[in-house]
Design a protein around this ligand. Sequence first.
Ligand SMILES: C[S@@+](CC[C@H](N)C(=O)[O-])C[C@H]1O[C@@H](n2cnc3c(N)ncnc32)[C@H](O)[C@@H]1O
Length: 222
Amino acid sequence: MKREIVKTSDGSTTIYLPELEENYHSKHGAIQEAKHVFIKNGFAENKAPTISILEIGFGTGLNAFITFLEAKKTNQKVNYSGIEAYPVPFDEIAQMNYVIELQAAAFETEFKKMHDCEWNINVKISDDFCLTKRKQFFSEIDDVEQFDLIYFDAFGYRVQPDLWSTEIFEKMYNSLKPGGKLVTYAARGVVKRSMIEVGFTVEKLAGPPGKREMFRATKAAI
Ligand SMILES: C[S@@+](CC[C@H](N)C(=O)[O-])C[C@H]1O[C@@H](n2cnc3c(N)ncnc32)[C@H](O)[C@@H]1O
């Protein structure tokens, strides 16, 4: 499938798949979207000293890197698991401008390590950030009560509706600890209904630039 590296409205890069007419991130701003959806409405809501995060769609590693930078500011420890069936090739990662756009030159080594490290093993990126990149399909996830937070960042419903089904959200629900939360850029009624069907309580929040709304789903605390 043809792939193009393009710039989004905030100057940060993303990958565009012309055949699907789909981007890896919002065309209105990849970094802005990641900060709003996953950090402001997800990570920043959890003040625990150690947080376990599951990412659905590791892709370019943007969400992982921004989380790493945020955790440095808040002095939190992060155990991060990123699921990805189709790893982004190194030459494309090299064209992503996240280190520059995030003014994070001091952490370029850590960004590189996130991509160079082996798949399917737990790697210490820094003293406070451990990463496991899991090369698997979302349908193969079978974790039970492992995570505090899920970044649900699959391609959109228009392109991959099967990834927004009750089967997948049931896996997400099971993998969260009681009281755990899932955040996603999506805000379709059909997605909300699937989330509610498997037991989540769903909030509609203001979306990132260019998108009116987004969802945050919570698993009941015991
Ligand atoms: C929207 S992109 C993720 C963007 C990513 N979070 C980032 O910051 O770059 C969706 C990702 O899901 C991956 N993907 C698509 N279908 C999948 C599946 N069935 N199982 C696992 N990964 C899949 C794609 O390869 C792509 O990297």
